[in-house]
Ligand binder design. Structure first.
Ligand SMILES: [Zn+2]
Length: 63
């Protein structure tokens, strides 16, 4: 089960292939090679990476 690295919420919606959205803190998550990448959607619709905020250990996804 995917868990948000930011808020630990499991309220994650799927928005595309390997793309997810956290309904709790409103960040976008994508899954690449078992690592969760985190993005914030800016007001103009662009994505900015939040990966620097989280340890890779936190972003590992194991199913
Ligand atoms: Zn979250």
């Amino acid at each position: 089960m995917l868990k948000c690295p930011n808020c630990q919420s499991k309220d994650i919606g799927k928005i595309g292939i390997n793309q997810y959205y956290c309904w709790n803190c409103f960040i976008e998550l994508s899954l690449t090679k078992g690592i969760i990448n985190t993005h914030q959607v800016e007001e103009d619709g662009t994505l900015s990476s939040l990966d620097d905020l989280f340890d890779e250990e936190l972003r590992k996804f194991s199913s």
